[in-house]
Write a protein that binds this ligand. Structure first.
Ligand SMILES: Nc1ncnc2c1ncn2[C@@H]1O[C@H](COP(=O)(O)OP(=O)(O)O)[C@@H](O)[C@H]1O
Ligand SMILES: [Mg+2]
Length: 187
């Protein structure tokens, strides 16, 4: 942990990251093995993302800042780094599984969603829980961890991706609220 904290505050150098084999793929990123137990996430469609969000690195940096200030205990060590002429997300590799139906109704998950609801009411933003693969339960510790550091909501409407994200945030918030009230599991 000490070394991780140090790595996080070290000045970023424009070095070439050591990238291992591809281990997974999401809608936005390809996930590779990195060094020292990290994964490296590289944007799959940089040109499309530029169209949709403008500066996509900046969006990722903002989202990460939001999560670090409101949901630090659910976020694995994550940072945005330079990578060749571009950038990547570097994150502690997590060994975990998506929530089981029982886990979705657990007090721990309920607490996270209540927190998310409260934060949305004050900031207009909400972590992207819409894909169940974004939130894992760590093997061994049982900790809930948010692997996907993108955030929904916000007040922007341009570039167009922000408007979409804003609508998705509202839908997610309404869904959460409804399900927390009716006592049903989320998703
Ligand atoms: N830190 C990590 N450790 C292990 N697996 C990961 C990690 N981050 C992502 N993954 C795997 O890769 C998938 C996609 O990653 P994610 O960050 O959600 O990308 P996207 O933003 O493209 O959806 C996740 O659902 C998970 O299975
Ligand atoms: Mg994802």
């Amino acid at each position: 942990m000490g070394m991780k904290a140090e790595a996080e505050t070290a000045p970023l150098t424009r070095k070439r990251l050591k990238i291992g084999k591809e281990i997974n793929r999401g809608g936005e990123f390809r996930i590779f093995e990195g060094e020292d137990g990290d994964v490296i996430k590289i944007c799959r469609f940089p040109r499309l993302m530029r169209w949709v969000f403008g500066d996509f690195r900046q969006k990722n940096e903002q989202d990460l800042r939001f999560l670090k200030s409101y949901f630090p205990q659910y976020l694995p060590a994550t940072r945005i780094v330079d990578h060749e002429k571009n950038w990547a997300v570097c994150q502690e590799r997590i060994d975990g599984v998506p929530l089981t139906p029982e886990a979705k109704r657990s007090p721990q998950v309920r607490k996270l969603f209540l927190e998310a609801e409260k934060v949305y009411l004050s900031t207009g933003k909400i972590p992207d829980f819409s894909n169940p693969r974004n939130l894992l339960q760590e093997t061994g510790t049982g900790r809930l961890l948010l692997l996907d550091s993108s955030v929904l909501g916000g007040k922007r409407w341009w570039p167009i991706g922000y408007l979409v994200t804003r609508f998705l945030g509202k839908i997610l918030f309404d869904t959460l609220k409804n399900r927390l009230r009716t006592g049903r599991g989320v998703f």
